[in-house]
Write a protein that binds this ligand. Sequence first.
Ligand code: ZN
Ligand code: ZN
Ligand code: ZN
Length: 280
Amino acid sequence: MKITFLGTAAIGFPLSFCNCENCQKAKNHKGKSLRKRASLLINDEMIIDLGPDVQTSMMMYEKDMGKVKYLLQTHPHLDHYNEEMLIARIPYMAMKNQEKLHIVASRVCIENMSERISRYEKADLISEEGKNKLLVDPISLEKGEKINLDAYQIKAIESTHDEKHGSLLFVVTYNQKSILYATDTKMLTEEALKQLSDYKLDLIVLDHTFGNTDYTFSHLNKKSFIEQIKILKELKIVNENTLIYATHISHDGNSYHEEIEEDAVKNGYHIAYDGLELIL
Ligand SMILES: [Zn+2]
Ligand SMILES: [Zn+2]
Ligand SMILES: [Zn+2]
C-alpha cells in the first residue's frame, strides 16, 4: 500500500496574508515547511479529500489525476473540498477516456458537495442526469458502516468535527494493511473508539492543527494528540509497529518543519510533510 501526502496543512501554512512568527519561519525555511492543504493519495488511485491544492500536488509529485478512481471525502470544508475539481469533469471540459469516480462520503456531505456544483453548472451528484454528466458514482456511507470497493475496504468512523456537515473519518484496508485518516477531528468519541476496536492499525494520520497552543476547538493540539495516541495504544488499536504521523498543521502553535519534527520524535511520532511517501 503506497501512501502519498498531497498536502499537510490546515487552510495553508504559511497562511495567506499572515505575517505571524511561525508563518515567517516557514517562509524562511521553505522545503518541508511549505504546506498545501491536507489531502492523501493511496496507491496513486484513491484520494482522501479533494481540496483546492490537489491538482497542483498531483503535478508536483508526478501523479496522474486521470488515474484516480476513488474519492473519500471526510467533510466539505473549503480546505478539504473544492467543487471546481468535479466541475472540470463535465464532458465539454473533460472528454477523453475519463474513469468513473466513486465518491464515498456521508449523505449530508454528498448533498453539500452536490449543491455547490449546481450553483455553477447544470450538474450534480444526486440526479441520474447529473451523475452521468460527471461520470460519478456517489456512495453514502454513515458512521460505523463499511463498504468494499474493489480491493479496498472502507469503514466510516464517527467524527464530531462538524456533524452538521456530515464529517467522518475513514479506515482504509488494502492487502491486509489498515490506515486511519483522522483529520479534521477533536478527541475521538467512545463510539468512534468502539468502531475502531477491531483494527490493529499499520498507519494513523492524526490531526495536529493547534500544535503547542492550549486550545482545541474542533481539532487537536500537541497535548491532545499525545493523549489520543495513548488511549489508542491502551486499546491496542495502535501498537509499537504502527506508524504515527501528524497532519493538518496550522501556523497556530506549529513552528517550521524540522523544529516540530524534532519535538514530535521525542514524543514517539512524526510530522508529515507534503510529498512524503510511505510504503506499508
Ligand atoms: Zn481542515
Ligand atoms: Zn501565520
Ligand atoms: Zn474542517
